[in-house]
Write a protein that binds this ligand. Structure first.
Ligand SMILES: Cc1cc2nc3c(=O)[nH]c(=O)nc-3n(C[C@H](O)[C@H](O)[C@H](O)COP(=O)(O)O)c2cc1C
Length: 184
């Protein structure tokens, strides 16, 4: 493992967000990870490439579900047309993960993926987190959680009641699972 038992385990939380919902969930996940002892770097795919991240043992990625998957340039354009952040159009988590594959070796690093999505059907088989998980497994990262959805009320939010707290708890659970794996 890249960390040692005498150091705090290190997590990178990397998110894409067009309207701020996934970003808000990522902040709660960060709090949960910190509560169980992780040193966390949280970064937006708009501003940081994989090379900009400090070393990490656990990668947590989050993105909005667009058309049952990770966003693409056309769906981000659609989001901007609906009032989303104009500077979030050029790069999404899908593109960020492509750069990760080209620049970084997974080694024995761990990961967990979450998404945000609209509506009451939490367990649709295809969504952003399932796609991100598949890409990271393909790169050699080891999952410590199932792909996990968080619900928003509408395309532009807000995050549904209770989801921020659930995200904090999920961050704690992911951190505890990762720490247990790292100590093996
Ligand atoms: C172009 C587009 C396609 C979308 N497709 C889906 C979808 O397939 N399923 C779903 O549940 N939500 C869908 N949504 C809603 C997004 O998941 C929602 O905008 C997102 O969770 C908000 O998070 P953000 O503020 O971080 O961008 C879509 C939104 C846009 C703009």
């Amino acid at each position: 493992m890249t960390g040692t038992s005498s150091e705090a385990p290190r997590a990178a939380v990397v998110y894409e967000s067009m309207f701020g919902c996934t970003e808000a969930i990522a902040h709660s996940v960060t709090v949960g990870l910190e509560e169980v002892g992780f040193t966390v770097t949280a970064r937006d795919v708009r501003t940081d490439t994989p090379d900009d991240l400090p070393p990490f043992d656990l990668l947590v990625v989050g993105a909005p579900t667009h058309a049952f998957s990770l966003s693409r340039p056309a769906t981000r354009r659609d989001a901007v047309d609906q009032g989303g952040r104009p500077d979030a159009e050029s790069v999404g988590l899908r593109e960020w993960l492509e750069v990760l594959a080209q620049t970084t070796t997974a080694g024995d690093r761990l990961f967990a993926a979450f998404d945000t999505r609209v509506g009451k059907v939490r367990f649709v088989p295809k969504a952003a987190a399932t796609r991100a998980s598949r890409l990271l497994v393909h790169q050699g990262y080891h999952a410590v959680s199932r792909p996990t959805p968080f619900i928003v009320h509408d395309v532009y939010g807000p995050v549904a009641d209770g989801e921020q707290e659930r995200a904090r708890q999920w961050g704690r659970t992911v951190g505890q699972s990762a720490a247990a794996r790292m100590s093996q």
